[in-house]
Design a protein around this ligand. Structure first.
Ligand code: FAD
Ligand code: UDP
Length: 392
């Protein structure tokens, strides 16, 4: 798709109404676009994919089932600010995600809870009994540096090997001990029967899907969107050339042409399948994890998430790989160190009017709500710097 690149003009430090180029139409780019447009600026959003919504993109598959092309996305947040903001663009379907792990030929709740321990070991422990059990098996660690430290410290070696080591090896191509603590720390351990994957105050699914949410987010007279447009093809010598400011939500190392070396990202191959004319859904809950079997980490059945009524059902399996689109920054000490060097370069770019925001641009293992929070925060700071536009 063609895009007019305006001729080069001097970049004003402050201006009433500015021209912004936003690279990426995911949560980071689309939230920034909306905030900047509402503040009176002109915004041109480009995305190299043929659709908006970034990795949260959903669509009806060829059978008419609403599916997430890039794997299951469940919205959850403790931030009233983020929830209220997105609620301007969507109603919500109440949904609490539940996950079972296939371990020792049983399907048991993950996060590990009372049911998990009792089912796995044929016990009938109450909450205090589960706490005592975990106290007995855990390997206390003073310094929780890696994900292995986190898991051993909370559930000990046997449960670590059953639930975490294999899954992590598959998902990241690395051992638990090679990943930062924050990765495994996403999964709590419980002594009660709570089998929800998330416990956030707000959780659910956009009532008409994520893509519809994004259509509304980007529906503003000052926002223009060009799809199938790679910013690298528009870029001239000066990255901001033709615009006053740039918001960049792609991979940070790619922005700098990888001059300091490639930042590793983990990718996934998605295997979507459909089962026609089912009497019942195929999985007992939204997602089943497979820590120790198969090449895929988990399988998700979308109708659990969306509540869609349909004669058939669609599911997706996730096969982790190093090749393909960047989906996950890989949280490990050496990657953090390389990112810090790129971040220093990004800070220098800020003086040229470039803002880096989002999961790929900030190399953070962000959930959707954290990306929206980061984008709102970045725009608040940026707009405070700029003179108030005329047409607010
Ligand atoms: P993205 O969504 O990746 O958007 C970046 C966009 O920039 C992309 O569309 C890309 O095409 C575009 N782009 C990059 N470079 C260029 C360029 N040079 N020119 C033009 N366009 C460019 N979060 C949750 O909160 N809950 C979940 O359940 C959840 N599940 C997930 C499951 C999977 C399998 C994955 C991979 C992620 C999941 N996430 C989940 C995380 C969520 O996807 C991200 O936090 C969020 O989508 C990131 O938004 P973003 O805008 O930063 O990046
Ligand atoms: N994890 C695991 N076993 C599981 C679930 C999660 O080992 O059954 C570990 C694994 O390292 C995974 C991380 O915890 O990558 C975070 O899991 P989460 O479900 O949050 O991953 P995401 O949805 O972001 O892929």
């Amino acid at each position: 798709m063609d895009v007019d690149v305006a001729s080069s003009t001097p970049v004003p430090a402050r201006s009433l109404s500015m021209r912004f180029l936003v690279v990426g139409a995911g949560f980071a780019g689309a939230t920034c676009a909306r905030q900047l447009a509402e503040a009176g600026h002109d915004v041109h959003v480009v995305d190299r994919r043929e659709h908006i919504a970034g990795n949260a993109y959903d669509h009806l598959d060829e059978h008419g089932v609403l599916v997430h092309r890039y794997g299951p996305h469940i919205f959850h947040t403790n931030s009233d600010k983020v929830f209220d903001y997105l609620s301007r663009f969507t109603a919500w379907r109440a949904y609490e995600h539940r996950v079972l792990a296939s371990v020792d030929n049983k399907r048991v709740p993950i996060p590990i809870n009372r049911t998990t321990i009792n089912t796995l070991y044929g016990l009938d422990l109450d909450e205090a009994g589960v706490a005592a059990f975990l106290e007995r098996v855990r390997e206390p660690r003073e310094n929780l540096r890696t994900s292995e430290d986190v898991v051993l410290n909370s559930v000990g070696r046997e449960l670590c090997d059953k639930f975490f080591r294999g899954y992590t090896r598959k998902q990241w191509g690395r051992d638990l001990g090679e990943l930062s603590a924050g990765v495994a720390a996403r999964i709590p351990t419980r002594t009660n029967d709570d089998d929800r994957y998330f416990t956030d105050r707000h959780q659910g699914m956009p009532a008409e899907g994520y893509t519809r949410l994004f259509e509304r987010l980007l529906d503003h007279p000052a926002i223009r969107v060009s799809l199938e447009t790679d910013w690298r093809d528009l870029r001239q010598d000066d990255p901001v050339d033709g615009w006053d400011r740039l918001v960049y939500s792609g991979p940070i190392d790619e922005y700098f042409g990888g001059v300091l070396g490639k930042l590793p990202y983990r990718s996934l191959r998605f295997e979507h399948r459909h089962v026609a004319d089912v009497d019942a859904l195929q999985l007992p809950v939204g997602t089943v994890n497979h820590p120790n079997e198969h090449g895929y980490t988990r399988e998700t059945e979308f109708r659990h998430l969306t509540g869609q009524d349909h004669a058939g059902t669609s599911l997706v399996r996730e096969f982790p790989t190093d090749e393909g689109d960047p989906y996950y920054p890989i949280p490990a000490a050496e990657n953090e160190a390389l990112y810090k060097q790129y971040q220093a370069m990004a800070e220098a770019e800020a003086t040229r009017g470039v803002l880096f925001v989002g999961r790929l641009a900030q190399y953070r293992y962000y959930n959707m709500d954290q990306v929206v929070a980061a984008a709102l925060h970045a725009c608040e700071e940026l707009l405070a710097e700029l003179a108030p536009p005329v047409n607010t």
